[in-house]
Design a protein around this ligand. Sequence first.
Ligand code: DON
Length: 303
Amino acid sequence: MPDYLDEVRETCIAGGDEGELASYIPELAAADPDRLAIALCTIDGTVYAVGDAEHRFTIQSLSKPFAYALALADRGLDEVLEHVSVEPSGDAFNEISIDREGRPRNPMINIGAITTHALVGDAEATAEESTARVIAGLSAFAGRELEVDEAVYASERESADRNMALAYMVRAQGKLQDAPRAAVDGYTRQCSVLVDVRDLAVMAMTLASSGRNPVTGEQVVPAWVCRQVLSVMATCGMYDAAGDWMSNVGIPAKSGVSGGVLGALPGQVGIGVFSPRLDGFGNSVRGVRACERLSRDMGLHLM
Ligand code: DON
């Protein structure tokens, strides 16, 4: 398996170096654009990783499906659906995408993820308690204690005007539980959690294993939660490239602006890829390329 993954990695590099680093968060613009790491986690918890597998990067939007899972586990489907819908937005990840009922269109775009962050914990949870539960929950999905990159957090918090505007919009619709500043601060901490590709593969495999972490054996969230999360990843996880991704790669997935991509194929495999150059949709160019190869070679397409 490592030889095969090395070969996939080489092919992805040979495929070209197009794409741009995210520049709107100053700390992310300083990333090494040439890094490429690929990891797979199987259902028995075996992890294979190649390339810059030790390199840690901030999880960014890859945290969104897991925060959504925690909110569902804590509040139940009906309450979460009252606040955040599950329809693809067809817009960019940082757009004001709200439906007729005033709900963010889905939990995978920023406006929905800020709203979802505030739903983690019970109805009385403070903003700080929600954030602590999100970070503990992400750690349970990864099977190790994850930390926040304080420099990235500070950098993004300073440039979070757009997310603040989104939070005020949801608050005005009566759908945001916390004060906008507290919700955006907590969501930004969630995005600043450090992971490597092994973590992503294990986190993805936990979703693909009905909520049971294949390495630690912990049941992190109930099985029904994973069905909901994977369904929303399949339709909304790759932003406005989601349709192209689903027909081409066919794996429920999520991308993030630091260059991570994770894929979760129920009962089969968790995939984590990291490569910082992004395409026009905000998806990692080489990350998408690697997943296309893996899907084709291993017959992972759901259909
Ligand atoms: O809120 C933001 O803009 C970032 N913390 C996360 C965005 C992100 O990863 C979008 N992904 N492509």
